[in-house]
Design a protein around this ligand. Sequence first.
Ligand code: SF4
Ligand code: SF3
Length: 543
Amino acid sequence: MSMFCYQCQETAKGKGCEIKGVCGKTEEVAKLQDLLIYTVKGISEIVVKGNFNIKEISNVNHEVFTALFMTITNANFDEAALEKQIKKLLVLRNELKEKVQADHLHDAATFVVDSKESMLKKAATVGVLATENEDVRSLRELITYGIKGMAAYAHHALNLGRENGEIYAFAYEALAKTLDDSLTADDLVALTMKTGEFGVKTMALLDEANTSKYGHPEITQVNIGVRNNPAILISGHDLTDLEQLLEQTEGTGVDVYTHSEMLPAHYYPAFKKYEHLAGNYGNAWWKQLDEFASFNGPILFTTNCIVPPRSEEIQSRIFTTGASGYPGCEHIEADQNGKKDFSKIIEMAKKLNAPKEIENGSIVGGFAHEQVFALADKVVDAVKSGAIKKFFVMAGCDGRMKSREYYTDFARKLPMDTVILTAGCAKYKYNKLDLGDIGGIPRVLDAGQCNDSYSLALIALKLKEVFALDDVNDLPIAYNIAWYEQKAVIVLLALLYLGVKNIHLGPTLPGFLSPNVAKVLVDTFGIAGIGTVDDDIALFMGA
Ligand code: SF4
Ligand code: SF3
């Protein structure tokens, strides 16, 4: 075995990638990511033991969260970028260490490497399998993956100038605890719940950052066809990057299209003023190999999900920024003030053909919390009259496994008196089906990106209040969530923290859950996998 990674849903055989990632991650990249996480854990221990004032170590907070984000599935495949981040963190770690008296620091806080070769050698001893007890390993990884998702969301909020010291402090506390062999499985289960609590806080922070800058999402028809101008495709989740790109392309004759998780940007009032924000091109991340070929213009990745490009021609059109990276693709760094210069991308776009049409028409979205609250009377009346029998939260991720066709079939076969609440790229499995509406309320309500699952939680809490219920589980809402990467892990933990029970998770349960940890989740929270579409619909509808 040359590497081991089991953090995502597509892990080899549902157990672990051992030679190369199914995602395309090489052994070296996997190892450097392991060492980066280990370094982050060492820093966490020093920060906790040294009782540092979080506000005074801003640079460390930011670099640690960037590092965590870089290790999310499909975010960064660039060995050089990972190596650079390890070096940067080791300098910061050693500076912090000089300021503390703590004895008995963990090896993660003290190890020394002096070359890439020594990094790879060290990495081979500190990965996931270094924890021998499979239950402890499972819980440590569950917490670590949740914190990776949290770091990604906090990173977006930070780009909008919002941060919360409590979130960094919790991440340090939790990551330091993943190094502590004295903790029991019960301690780690409690820490997992606390991770969910901070997941809610982080999503709330990002929601506040997005809506205070860009306004509250509103019902919007998004064009999925194309125009005749040259264009740039922007993918990933970072709205600040989109804003800067729109500003810099204004008046240049170059259009901008969103891709995958950037689709919900169209729902924000602030982006509607840009006439050259032409529409959304393509589908969820995993279809990009074909869709980038027909797009013709350059592509900017602001975050995950990158699929290794299949040709040099396409690779030459891909740019990355933020925590994302791919070897051979130009990476655009921010300056001291967070400004990014996208002129190279714009110049490239001008020389290339306009996108080729692959679809036409439009899709509707923008059902985040404020928009749904504005429709509350209509929704409540529809529930009271029986026109809406049940809501299905189907948020999360899409992926390439054929078994995910389950979600398309599920959406199609749901009774006509049901409504799907969605967020994240999972929506692409059913957002282009003609599922109709109930008295003007579309049967698929898209709140936004995966982090906007927070909106779905707020909507559930609002309905609980309106119907004067004591328990959120008494609402006519079922949860059938699809997961792929670690942001879905923090969304799941956040829902568990909010008391949501009986969540069905698919298309497969995480490979990193040991049988005992899976049992705890099943016994305590009623978590279940998916079955056949017909059986599951019957089960959810209480037949
Ligand atoms: Fe495998 Fe997923 Fe890890 Fe990639 S991220 S190496 S596919 S488990
Ligand atoms: Fe999708 Fe990668 Fe998770 Fe933000 S873009 S949801 S998978």
